[in-house]
Design a protein around this ligand. Structure first.
Ligand SMILES: NC(=O)c1ccc[n+]([C@@H]2O[C@H](COP(=O)([O-])OP(=O)(O)OC[C@H]3O[C@@H](n4cnc5c(N)ncnc54)[C@H](OP(=O)(O)O)[C@@H]3O)[C@@H](O)[C@H]2O)c1
Length: 206
């Protein structure tokens, strides 16, 4: 599988790239700055680095890993370059306050809003994987992935299985991203309260 990580220079994208390279996946790091992409690609042993619009060319799956508030504008600006290639959305829209971290007030998830901007299918997942954990090795626990398109979800599950100690689990349609993105607020609140990097492990499944 050949995967482009758009915004792959950041904490999450770079940690994800590191784990995928380790698993033998061909990774292209994308950035707004091609030179930065090349430097980060060399750092993690990725196949190459390129400007985001070039990075997405000819890949099997695009991971949209820019900082969360840039996810929608980036998807919109890359829509033509991405074409019908499947996209994995990992973003969660959070509001940070002194009292706690809150999920978005928007009824639709970022993943669903991303889907509305692209002609190809969008899957969502990996929200519960902390970049800090992923940077050190496969993230402890399971990865939850959702989507309406079977092939996009299969690719996202295949990718997810490479980067967790547990299982990559199919959490249903893309609308499940509302819960997965909202759960990120829960996880960040747990991290703040208990000073850790919480993950998720699902019990009771065969
Ligand atoms: N951090 C985590 O533990 C974690 C866990 C699960 C999911 N996620 C999700 O992963 C995504 C990335 O998180 P992160 O913590 O890695 O974020 P980050 O380090 O703040 O940013 C990632 C990359 O986004 C790009 N970027 C920044 N502003 C941009 C803009 N205005 N337009 C286009 N690209 C821009 C930058 O790349 P260039 O400057 O090189 O273009 C940057 O390296 C988010 O959607 C987040 O919700 C994060």
């Amino acid at each position: 599988m050949r995967v482009a990580v758009v915004g792959g220079t950041g904490d999450f994208g770079l940690a994800l790239a590191r784990r995928l390279v380790e698993a033998g996946v061909e990774v292209v790091i994308g950035s707004r700055d091609a030179e930065r992409a090349r430097a980060k690609a060399a750092e993690v042993g990725a196949a190459s680095g390129a400007a985001n619009e070039d990075a997405v060319a000819g890949v099997d799956l695009v991971v949209l890993a820019t900082k969360a508030d840039a996810a929608l504008p980036t998807a919109e600006s890359l829509a033509a370059a991405i074409g019908r290639t499947p996209v994995l959305s990992v973003a969660s829209e959070l509001r940070f306050t002194k009292e706690g971290v809150y999920p978005t007030d928007d009824a639709r998830s970022i993943a669903e809003r991303t889907q509305a901007l692209l002609s190809g299918p969008v899957a969502a997942g990996l929200h519960s994987l902390a970049a800090a954990s992923l940077a050190k090795g496969p993230a402890e626990g399971d990865a939850l992935v959702c989507g309406d398109d079977a092939e996009a979800k299969r690719l996202a599950l295949e990718l997810a299985a490479h980067v967790v100690t547990g299982r990559a689990l199919d959490a249903g349609p893309l609308a499940s991203a509302r819960a997965l993105e909202g759960m990120t607020a829960v996880i960040v609140n747990l991290n703040r309260r208990y000073k850790g990097h919480a993950g998720v492990r699902v019990t009771g499944l065969p």
